[in-house]
Design a protein around this ligand. Structure first.
Ligand SMILES: [Zn+2]
Ligand SMILES: [Zn+2]
Length: 549
């Protein structure tokens, strides 16, 4: 007799556990052989030049859900940061499901779908701020919280087996300046209902105290700009619309006109205005107009606070920006933190600015930035509101997730589980438990092609970056005899290496007069690598091409 399996509620993270970025979480409901899924967030991780040369975006490997895409009811975005929405456009063709978000987030996702040429295939469906969404067995409440972007949402995910609180990214900002404040009443009500599990942001679980408010940053930035004489450039995250508003107000307060430098600044201001925010943002100058103003009349708001080589600030620091020039006596304010891994790139820019006597002000000496993620006091407050039976810390490296789990237990949460990408947890019925492990990992968006990380392209490129590429071309006749002198081509290596390799190849050919072409190629490859190693101390990637006449 066929066994009818009972309904279960499961949680499956496929990204964002073990790394800050690439957030991807799925919830499944139904019996094991007939589950329906929702996806909460679908984000990217940015490639690092050293680790993944030539790869800009890293995406989660979601083949488990792609293989059952008919059962995926939709992607829901909690907010519009790239680590939550950046993978929607590249991965959507493998899912072909509806997409849901609040208006500002929807507007930014729509822009990405348009860039990817997907507008005719899928439209983002808007959920009002504070609204509700029903998808199969899931009923979702969008509860307004605060973060470092407009319209961040905590999702209360209701199912017939119980409620899960999915926080997304958040902090408790008593005065977020723009957009909704934290809906503490809704959070308290949710806690009173009884919550099975809370899936929660771990980014700052090691940071004591509270993250601070955008309002403090506003006061400080306005005062700071007032002390400066020459041109002022402020750099920060374009997505922090409240901060952009603050910078505009600082400019206005001191008689400066504002110019936006960098496409993402312009795009973000447009998206905010289109969705009803920034109503009194001052008119912005274009870069050429700003260049004609006296230095004390201008303030540039520019991208590139993380040292991104193609962003505005890097080009300004190099003196290679077509319209924006800074000189001695001008000042750059970094209204941002240093994202781990970007230290060297940022230091390089700051050194270039310093060498030209351009002033640099950062969060180290001035309170010009606050984090958008909850420090420990805020986490404690959230656990007091929600009082879940289970803590599932996500959105962090393992050390953050572990510290978060420990804190949750100290706050009397009965159980805490630190998930890894690909681990499936049954949240109900019964005590939560790990029930399955599914394929998970990373996929690189390499140019326009998706490539599984394991295929080793990035590894080959790193190797080529370290020791170049060596190509040996041989010509043999139909009897396998050498029919022309060999050619050696070394890319990215000193000249004597090529000469040493050519000599070794010629000697090998002399000794292999009767070898078959495959054997000959392999012997030549080994000899070439050995010669490079002896002459240079490095083994380049080596390829042998044999042309048979
Ligand atoms: Zn975020
Ligand atoms: Zn995030």
């Amino acid at each position: 007799m066929a066994r009818i399996k009972q309904d279960e509620l499961v949680f499956l993270p496929l990204g964002g556990s073990g790394e800050i970025g690439m957030n991807f979480n799925a919830y499944g409901y139904g019996p094991e052989n007939n589950r329906q899924w929702i996806i909460v967030d679908c984000g990217v991780l940015f490639g690092r030049e050293g680790n993944t040369p030539g790869v800009d975006l890293i995406l989660p490997d979601i083949r488990y859900l792609m293989e059952r895409r008919e059962t995926v009811l939709g992607i829901i975005a909690t907010h519009a940061h790239e680590d939550h929405i950046g993978a929607i456009a590249p991965l959507w063709p493998g899912l072909r499901c509806p997409i849901f978000a609040t208006p500002f987030t929807a507007r930014l996702i729509a822009g990405k779908l348009e860039e990817a040429g997907l507008t005719s295939k899928v439209k983002v469906r808007e959920v009002p701020v504070g609204g509700q969404l029903e998808l199969g067995p899931f009923l979702l409440d969008f509860i307004s919280i605060t973060h470092s972007i407009l319209e961040p949402n905590l999702l209360a995910i209701r199912t017939p087996l119980g409620v899960v609180a999915h926080t997304g990214d958040w902090k408790i900002d008593p005065d977020p300046l723009l957009g909704e404040a934290t809906d503490t009443e809704a959070l308290e009500r949710l806690g009173n209902e009884g919550v099975l599990a809370m899936v929660c942001d771990s980014t700052n679980a090691l940071v004591p105290g509270s993250s601070g408010s955008e309002a403090e940053v506003r006061d400080n930035l306005i005062a700071l700009v007032g002390t400066l004489k020459g041109r002022v450039a402020v750099t920060g995250f374009a997505s922090n619309v409240a901060r952009l508003d603050t910078v505009a107000r600082a400019a206005k307060a001191h008689g400066r006109r504002i110019a936006l430098v960098g496409r993402s600044m312009q795009k973000m201001v447009e998206a905010a205005k289109d969705t009803g925010y920034l109503k009194d943002f001052p008119p912005v100058l274009d870069e050429t107009e700003a260049a004609e103003l006296p230095p004390h009349k201008v303030l540039y708001l520019c991208t590139g606070s993380q040292g991104e080589p193609r962003a505005a600030l890097s080009r300004i620091a190099n003196g290679s920006h077509p319209h924006v020039e800074l000189d001695e006596g001008d000042t750059v304010i970094f209204s941002s933190r240093v994202i781990p891994g970007n230290e060297l790139a940022i230091a390089e820019i700051q050194n270039k600015l310093a060498a030209r006597s351009i002033g640099i002000l950062t969060v180290q000496e001035h309170h010009v930035h606050v984090s958008g993620h909850p420090a420990r006091d805020e986490l404690a407050q959230m656990y007091r509101w929600i009082r879940p039976k289970l803590a599932l810390p996500v959105h962090g490296e393992i050390r953050h997730q572990m510290a978060h789990a420990k804190l949750a237990l100290e706050l009397q949460v009965p159980q805490a589980l630190v998930p890894e990408n690909g681990q499936m947890f049954r949240l109900a019925p019964g005590r939560p438990v790990l029930v399955d492990e599914v394929p998970a990992g990373r996929v690189h968006l390499d140019g326009r092609i998706l490539v599984a990380e394991g295929e080793g392209l990035a590894k080959d490129r790193r190797a080529m970056g370290f020791a170049g590429l060596l190509v040996v071309a041989l010509v043999v006749d139909h009897k396998g005899r050498i029919a022309a002198p060999p050619t050696v081509l070394g890319e990215g290596m000193p000249e004597p290496v090529e000469e040493a390799v050519l000599k070794a190849v010629e000697e090998t050919l002399d000794k292999n007069k009767r070898a078959d072409p495959d054997e000959l190629a392999e012997n030549v490859r080994r000899a070439a690598r050995r010669a490079a190693q002896e002459a240079w101390g490095k083994k380049p990637i080596t390829r042998v091409l044999v042309t048979e006449l």
